[in-house]
Design a binder for this molecule. Structure first.
Ligand SMILES: Cc1cc2nc3c(=O)[nH]c(=O)nc-3n(C[C@H](O)[C@H](O)[C@H](O)COP(=O)(O)OP(=O)(O)OC[C@H]3O[C@@H](n4cnc5c(N)ncnc54)[C@H](O)[C@@H]3O)c2cc1C
Length: 354
């Protein structure tokens, strides 16, 4: 999603863009994610993460409209609100909301059970943010790919893994794929969990590591779950058509993305605790993806010092879908020398990589 939206932003600004994708577009973490348009616990993140999240949250509904107009595919931005149940740091969350002007409100547990009748018994307190949406990320990937294919100045080349960078002294002047060399004024690395491997070919150490996450999917009645619910790190996300996603695990397992029986069992227990009717329901799909883990989840956005022409937009860890619009807009602002939407300093690669 980061590569697609970067190409979209740069292409709309009139640049000639070639998007090189090792496999098919939006099939890795950006397909596997839940698509909650908010960090799971926004108050626990650095302001650098929330600044991008807030910009994106406001932008997503407009992006949906634009993509429908441009390619006819809606990413189904679904504003359901999100209930956090039995939070340990509820007071801190409410203080953060007041301070940052976000709509997060305490709810009595009776109000929650009235709003979400399918919720499991035993929860005692909750806070609710009514304007949190989720996006159907596989459709967002399709919609963006379709929009890019219609832009005359953008080329999307799938099954084109980048193997190395072309250099002229310290300057990066292009890339080599499995079957060709491409020259460019700028190369943007948006290779998700694989970004570190790619930069290692230049002797650069980028602390971006794969963090495996597994999810399960149920199919319910369209009105089964009116809002997203989250307790003890596990959440349920309703899509408009009644699909409900339950996630997710956090595992350090290298680049292995095989779904496991242990994770399936654990996710099923969480699903049944949150929404007991799911205890007996069939799991219609189970998958895993690799998040691009980075220190404190702060992405790298900007040019790499000492390697002119080499740019990064990667390391979005657990929040790549919510952060994508703002991250890609910021990248485009920096590339084009425009006034940036947010202070770019916290994301700058300078001083954060060796
Ligand atoms: C289970 C799970 C749940 C999640 N839930 C959420 C959520 O609710 N909200 C949220 O905001 N985020 C969520 N995330 C995180 C989010 O999915 C990621 O942060 C985001 O998708 C990262 O996007 P990306 O484009 O950087 O990486 P990816 O989607 O992994 O894309 C990287 C792309 O680079 C390509 N590539 C790799 N190497 C090369 C190469 N050498 N040459 C060419 N192409 C290459 C890959 O094929 C891939 O298509 C979740 C993730 C998981 C796994």
């Amino acid at each position: 999603m980061i590569g697609l939206l970067s190409a979209y932003q740069l292409g709309q600004a009139g640049l000639q863009v070639v998007l090189l994708e090792a496999g098919e577009t939006a099939r890795e973490a950006s397909w596997a994610g839940g698509g909650i348009v908010s960090p799971l616990y926004p108050w626990r993140y650095q302001p650098a993460v929330t600044a991008l999240a807030h910009w994106s949250q406001d932008y997503y509904p407009r992006l949906d409209e634009r993509l429908v107009a441009e390619g006819g595919i809606s990413p189904e931005v679904h504003e359901t609100g999100l209930y956090w149940l039995d939070l340990e740091d509820e007071a801190e969350a409410l203080r953060w909301a007041e301070h940052s002007g976000r709509p997060l409100f305490p709810r009595s547990i009776d109000q929650v059970y009235a709003a979400v009748p399918a919720l499991g018994a035993g929860f005692t307190h909750a806070v609710f943010m009514p304007d949190v949406a989720n996006v159907r990320n596989p459709r967002l990937g399709k919609a963006l790919t379709a929009a890019l294919r219609q832009m005359p100045n953008v080329q999307v080349l799938e099954r084109s893994p980048v193997r190395a960078f072309l250099r002229d002294g310290e300057r990066v002047v292009g890339v080599r794929t499995h079957d060709r060399e491409l020259r460019a004024e700028r190369v943007v690395v948006a290779a998700g969990a694989w970004s570190g491997e790619l930069l290692a070919t230049l002797g650069i150490t980028l602390p971006v590591e794969p963090v495996k996450g597994q999810m399960i999917l149920f199919k319910c009645a369209a009105d089964f779950l009116p809002s997203m619910v989250l307790a003890r790190g596990r959440y349920a996300i309703p899509r408009r058509d009644g699909h409900v996603l339950v996630g997710s695990t956090l595992e350090h397992a290298g680049f292995d993305k095989t779904p496991t029986e242990d994770a399936l069992a654990s996710l099923r227990v969480s699903a049944a605790e949150l929404l007991p009717a799911l205890g007996k329901a069939e799991v219609v799909r189970h998958w895993a993806g690799l998040r691009p883990g980075s220190p404190e989840g702060i992405p790298y956005i900007g040019e790499v010092p000492g390697h002119e022409g080499l740019w990064l937009n990667c390391g979005h860890y657990r929040n790549g879908l919510v952060l994508a619009p703002a991250s890609c807009r910021l990248l485009a602002d920096l590339v084009l020398g425009r006034e940036p939407i947010v202070d770019p300093a916290p994301y700058a690669p300078a001083g954060r990589i060796v």
